[in-house]
Write a protein that binds this ligand. Structure first.
Ligand code: NBP
Length: 480
């Protein structure tokens, strides 16, 4: 057996297998292991021409095969499987060795694992990896969190295997200690949900107001992909809409079931945002839209409810409306990213991670599902002002959204009037209007809370906390 593999990968399903191949193609001797040995053998024999693989059949053999300090990438199912694998390796590894969890772990699990392994002197890097199986093979976007020492031990390898941004830099950066990387990956996935939902709403609205066939709408997305909406998701949307089903000859989009599934990272993003008290309404609406799509009984009952039939626009009006949808999509996308970035800022403060948001935008620029030209501008904004309170405080984005806001309103009103659901467009616009409203009805909410629960309130005109005796003479009492 080869006794000095540079790095090990355990867990050789689609992601681990392709990541191991990516490492081997970059000249690393990769020790490979999988619980079911057949996967290990398949990789070692099937891809032998791609580089040096060292197949092993146990954790003990893996540890013996690795050069020191050992670097082991765990690519098994998130959750209990990851805990099981870590528990198996912990007694076999030595102080100074590094475990990298490249799965989609919940950041709280990563914090727990990092703290536990630190006691044993073992470094733990929680690395979010995005780009699916294709990215794992040809260059993913990598979001690592952990100690600087652990990152330094892995940085040369991660730089080699990561995607390359348009600036020529690798799409990887040390994002902070313990769970910072997995948190950023989770929010990446949440933003991905929002971005996909917004694109889906744009398509749906155009189809229902113009009557255009999907192939024609594909052209619209192709055109948009040449402008400020340029992104992987817009690009693949055009491909999907242009595709015809081989069996029926019908547009592919019309033959697949309209029930979207989810694996859970979008839901985690929203749950975590609720805990942090951060509004991520665009992401939340996207998660709820997927759940609603799967509620067959609810939808069957709802299908009998009354509502308007969409009016089909003439050619000139349709062209004008499509331009407005582009504005609405762009503005809503900026809001969704701004909300996700706010969530990262809030977690970074709560957990003292000191996440560099310019680095996050740079890492998201290549290899991952939400890669988009627009992220260059996000990176520039946070490079110029790392303390920017919100993406919407950037003069460039504020100006663009200012220009987009009227068409955005027209799109949301037309959708509402015609009965076409646009939950994410509407949530984004509502968020925008909430932020710009000088005086919110939260004053009434607070007064109600004081009325029924003596929850107290603050006044605009003087400091202190007050309660009104609602059940007696309605006199006001200063509390502090
Ligand atoms: P899966 O998430 O489907 O997990 C399958 C792997 O986990 C197999 O290697 C399996 O071994 C192993 N495994 C399980 Br299940 N339980 C185990 C246990 N108790 N002990 C040891 N090994 C165990 O694989 P994947 O889709 O390649 O994803 C790997 C990680 O990357 C996951 O955390 C996933 O969330 C994340 N991720 C996936 C994607 C994607 O596009 N698929 C993208 C980004 C991140 P076996 O062969 O013996 O059953």
């Amino acid at each position: 057996m080869h006794t000095s593999a540079h790095i090990g990968v355990t867990g050789l399903a689609v992601m681990g297998r392709n990541l191991a191949r990516n490492l081997a193609r970059h000249g690393y001797a990769v020790a490979i292991h999988n619980r079911t040995p057949q996967r290990t053998r398949d990789l070692a024999t099937g891809c032998a021409n791609e580089g040096t693989f060292v197949p092993v059949e146990s954790a003990k053999e893996m540890v013996a095969a690795l050069e020191r300090p050992r670097r082991l990438i765990v690519m098994v199912q998130a959750g209990q499987a990851t805990d099981d694998v870590i528990a198996e390796y912990t007694p076999l590894l030595e102080a100074g060795d590094v475990i990298v969890d490249g799965g989609n772990a919940h950041f709280a699990d990563t914090r727990r694992r990092e703290a536990a392994l630190r006691q044993a002197g073992i470094h733990f890097l929680g690395a979010g990896i995005s780009g699916g199986e294709e990215g794992a093979l040809n260059g993913p976007s990598i979001m690592p969190g952990g100690s600087s020492h652990a990152y330094d031990l892995l940085a040369p390898v991660l730089n080699d295997i990561a995607a390359t941004t348009p600036e020529g830099t690798p799409a990887v950066a040390h994002l902070g200690p313990d769970g910072a990387g997995h948190f950023v990956k989770m929010v990446h996935n949440g933003i991905e949900y929002a971005d996909m939902q917004l694109i889906a709403e744009a398509y749906h609205l155009i189809r229902h107001t113009t009557g255009y066939e999907p192939q024609r709408i594909a052209e619209i997305f192709r055109e948009w992909n040449r402008g400020r909406l340029n992104s992987y998701l817009v690009e693949i949307t055009a491909e999907v809409l242009a595709h015809r089903d081989a069996d029926t000859g019908l547009p592919f989009i019309d033959v697949i079931a309209d029930t979207a599934e989810q694996k859970g990272t979008g839901r985690w993003t929203v749950q975590t945002a609720l805990d942090l008290g951060v509004p991520v309404s665009g992401i939340a609406e996207a998660v709820f839209a997927r759940s609603t799509s799967g509620h067959a009984t609810l939808r069957a009952a709802g299908s009998a409810l009354p509502g308007p039939a969409p009016t089909i626009l003439g050619e000139d009006d349709a062209a004008r409306f499509i331009g407005q949808v582009e504005q609405a999509l762009y503005a809503s996308k900026v809001i969704a990213y701004a909300q996700g970035i706010h969530q990262i800022q809030a977690a970074s403060r709560t957990y003292a991670w000191n996440v560099d948001l310019a680095a996050v935008a740079a890492v998201w620029r290549a290899g991952c599902i939400i890669r988009a030209s627009f992220l260059d501008r996000v990176r520039e904004s946070y490079t110029a002002r790392p303390d920017l309170p919100s993406l919407l405080a950037d003069p460039g984005f504020a100006c663009e959204i200012g220009t987009a806001q009227l068409p955005w309103r027209l799109v949301v009103s037309r959708a509402t009037r015609d009965g076409v659901p646009v939950p994410a467009f509407a949530a984004a616009l509502t968020h925008y209007d909430t932020l710009r409203t000088p005086r919110l009805p939260a004053a009434l909410t607070q007064a109600q809370r004081d009325y029924f629960g003596a929850h107290t309130y603050r006044r605009n005109d003087r400091p202190g906390v007050y309660h009104t005796r609602w059940d007696s003479d309605r006199s006001e009492q200063p509390i502090t």
